[in-house]
Write a protein that binds this ligand. Structure first.
Ligand SMILES: Cc1cc2nc3c(=O)[nH]c(=O)nc-3n(C[C@H](O)[C@H](O)[C@H](O)COP(=O)(O)OP(=O)(O)OC[C@H]3O[C@@H](n4cnc5c(N)ncnc54)[C@H](O)[C@@H]3O)c2cc1C
Length: 447
């Protein structure tokens, strides 16, 4: 059983298939394997690396520390483990992301036993929700309707009880997170148990008010399950089954995750290229390094933006509303390409997911599937005043604004002594940059 983005025992169809195959073979032994693939491991920042190590520790603990960890390219590592163990099949959940799908095909070609794909990290696997003529959806709402009508499998049975886990070769040990120049945050607990605890907590406290509070970063109003879903510590169908026919708002968000995975599967080049090609060919980006650094370090002088970017570096997680506002600010106020921002997010996010991140950025830029129109430009100040009405979110991440009460933390320029504690003045004039962005957009529309 080659674990990848499914670091759980319960409701894991690929694992059940591995156990069944082992029993059919006679000896019933299953090798639980995780491969630390440098192509995925190295570009991840310290927060996602740390979270993954925690998650592997949790998985290992749940199988009596029998998790076999090997480092290297899966195309060579998987056949090595198969040879050492005499395994008669290798079991995985299908990966639909461009790199993962390519890697799996190469592993399959290198093996002389079957690579068996059972299930996927999604409620409905990419490629299954299509229009009547079999083509892919490009707009979310009709996708959502067909997705609902398609439905999803019931969760697989409980965690498998009596498995003969087997370690046929020396475990190379947990990956070690190399020294980085940041103080590592205390991350939320990782693993299957933690995921279920968080879901149960949110289901009883946050879900009833989700539709009302989901846009408020100052409140604990969303599930904060994205890192658990990213690593498959809980499967989305487990959440959907618990929802029944209720809670449409939350169900739609789970569907966005499936939608973006589908879009990425259908158009793998969209990892780097704008779906609206005019943005790559004709848009005049200004990739100024100093402006980018001010954004990345939360020193733009726009409190709502800066709080978000400081939260990103501090916790590796940011509220969805704030992700949209900081992304819009980089693209439309600083005129920098969405690709640059997406790469910064992918480095820091503990839930960093290539499909949701890339298409979250393309949506905000106005060049993706079902994108917000480019001309809808978030005002970073009024967004803050609306969604963090008491300034609590901003003060939580910006100590230089701690002395400003209530909503005045969003507008230090209006407060007496607003800049007394070293908070920077705005690096751009939003009104002017908005006009400039609209002019750039008008130019690419003509091109
Ligand atoms: C620029 C940008 C980048 C993003 N990058 C990522 C990323 O790398 N990884 C990631 O998981 N999400 C990403 N998102 C989507 C979204 O912001 C997060 O999934 C959400 O904030 C996670 O918090 P939550 O678990 O409390 O969400 P909830 O509101 O509780 O939603 C439940 C789950 O639904 C899914 N979901 C919710 N909103 C979206 C969405 N817009 N797109 C796709 N799935 C969604 C997530 O799996 C989430 O955990 C990005 C959004 C934007 C605008």
């Amino acid at each position: 059983m080659w674990f990848r983005r499914d670091l759980r025992l319960s409701d894991n169809p690929a694992l059940l298939a591995a156990i069944e195959a082992a029993r059919a073979d006679g000896d019933g032994r299953v090798v639980p394997l995780f491969v630390v693939d440098p192509t995925i491991w190295e570009p991840a920042g310290p927060i996602r690396q740390t979270y993954l190590v925690d998650s592997l520790n949790a998985l290992g603990a749940s199988i009596d520390r029998n998790l076999l960890i090997r480092h290297g390219d899966p195309v060579t590592v998987i056949p090595e483990v198969v040879r050492a163990s005499g395994a008669s099949s290798v079991h995985i959940a299908a990966d639909f992301a461009p790199y993962g799908a390519r890697r799996d095909a190469q592993v399959e070609a290198a093996l002389d036993v079957p690579l068996v794909r059972t299930g996927s990290p999604y409620a409905v696997s990419p490629g299954r929700v299509t229009k009547g003529d079999g083509t892919a959806y490009r707009v979310f709402t009709p996708f959502y309707r067909t997705w609902l009508a398609h439905g999803w499998r019931a969760p697989a049975s409980e965690a498998p009880g009596d498995v003969d886990w087997w370690m046929p070769m020396e475990c190379q040990g947990r990956p070690t997170v190399s020294a980085h120049d940041i103080e590592l945050p205390t991350l939320p607990p990782a693993g299957e148990k933690a995921a279920w605890a968080r879901w149960e907590h949110f289901r009883s406290t946050g879900l009833p008010e989700y539709d009302e509070n989901r846009n408020r970063p100052d409140l604990d109003g969303t599930s904060v399950l994205s890192h658990h879903l990213k690593y498959g510590e809980i499967h989305p169908r487990s959440l959907l089954v618990d929802l029944g026919d209720r809670d449409d708002g939350f169900r739609r968000e789970i569907c966005w995750r499936d939608f973006y995975a589908d879009v990425m599967h259908q158009q793998p080049a969209s990892v780097h290229s704008s779906l609206d090609a005019r943005f790559d060919v004709s848009m005049r980006w200004n990739n100024d390094d100093d402006l980018f650094a001010a954004w990345a370090h939360g020193r733009t002088g726009f409190p709502f933006v800066d709080a978000g970017m400081r939260q990103l570096r501090a916790e590796g997680w940011v509220h969805n509303r704030v992700r949209m506002v900081v992304a819009s600010f980089l693209i439309k106020d600083l005129h920098q390409s969405w690709q640059r921002g997406a790469a910064e997010f992918m480095y820091w996010l503990r839930d960093g997911d290539i499909a949701s991140n890339t298409h979250g950025w393309q949506w905000t830029a106005g060049c993706g599937t079902d994108a917000a129109p480019f001309y809808r430009i978030f005002n970073p100040v009024s967004q803050g005043l609306k969604f963090d009405p008491n300034g609590d979110y901003v003060r939580r991440y910006i100590p230089e604004l701690d002395h400003l009460p209530g909503k005045s933390a969003h507008e230090p320029w209006t407060a007496l002594g607003g800049y007394d504690h070293g908070y920077p003045e705005p690096i751009v004039d939003h009104k002017l940059e908005r006009e400039a962005a609209l002019a750039d957009y008008a130019a690419i529309k003509k091109a």
